[in-house]
Design a protein around this ligand. Structure first.
Ligand code: ATP
Length: 242
């Protein structure tokens, strides 16, 4: 469903992503892992078109998307989260979820007023994530973990078919980690395809159907969690980076 072919992103002389080819199969959870600086976030940015690739192609459901504007890609069913929460100041969680979805291009026109349908939909998503109790709290007063869940809620407003999660477990405590793993599993079981960039190996090993390993801009291994864990090239890449 998501095909990345020969993707390259160069920053001057730095080859952040260099000729990467991989797929994220429909209905599966695919993880993109690798040591710091491997190029994971840059690859993610190019796939979601937050960044323009230097070269290469990205295809979604048989349509080439690497030249499309980000909101068009969202409209085709691909949405992403960011490492840093996109919390908008002076808004409640409910308003944040709706406004973020509007800014993402779920609607073509930015319209700050919330319709009854938008409120219903957002409340349904907050309920799905078990956070209706914070719907009317100021977004800026949330804990780190609550902000992560709010961002996930905003992502779901666009009715995505595939979600790209950038370090969903980054900086979270153990109980929130379990909650986040549960949500990702539930979303996948509900039919969503998932592509995750993550450092937390526990999450990767428990959730992923397929793991793609990057190091120094290139893909060095691909397979089931068990396969990549036993791959000497992967062990070398991680040990070499410490
Ligand atoms: P981490 O796990 O630490 O987030 P990563 O695998 O996501 O790392 P990237 O953030 O994609 O790696 O970075 C890959 C390489 O590209 C690094 O050498 C980084 O310094 C470089 N890089 C990333 N963004 C830029 C930029 N805007 N300008 C110049 N170099 C960049």
């Amino acid at each position: 469903m998501l095909e990345v072919k020969g993707l390259c992103k160069y920053f001057g002389g730095i080859r952040a992503v260099d000729d990467c080819t991989f797929t994220a199969e429909e209905g599966q959870i695919t993880a993109l892992i690798g040591p710091n600086g491997a190029g994971k976030t840059t690859a993610f940015n190019c796939v979601s078109r937050t960044m323009m690739p230097t070269r290469g192609e990205v295809w979604l459901d048989g349509r080439r998307i690497d030249r499309l504007r980000p909101h068009k890609i969202t409209g085709m069913g691909l949405s992403r989260t960011f490492q840093i929460s996109r919390n908008l100041a002076d808004m409640t969680v409910l308003e944040n979820v709706i406004a973020q979805a509007q800014v993402r291009g779920w609607r073509d026109l930015f319209r700050p007023a919330m319709s009854a349908a938008e409120i219903d939909k957002a409340m349904g998503i907050l309920d799905f994530l078990g956070i209706t109790r914070i719907a009317h709290e100021d977004g800026s007063n949330l804990s780190y973990g609550q902000k992560k869940l709010m961002d996930l809620a905003a992502l779901l407003m666009s009715d995505p078919k595939i979600i790209l999660l950038d370090e969903p477990a980054g900086g979270v405590n153990l109980s929130l980690l379990e909650e986040i793993i549960g949500h990702i599993r539930k979303l996948n079981e509900a039919g969503l395809t998932v592509l995750i960039v993550e450092h937390n190996m526990d999450l990767i090993m428990r959730l992923s159907h397929k793991v793609v390993v990057m190091a120094q801009g290139a893909i060095i291994a691909e397979g089931t969690p068990e396969e990549v864990r036993a791959d000497p090239a992967v062990l070398d890449a991680y040990l070499g980076s410490t």
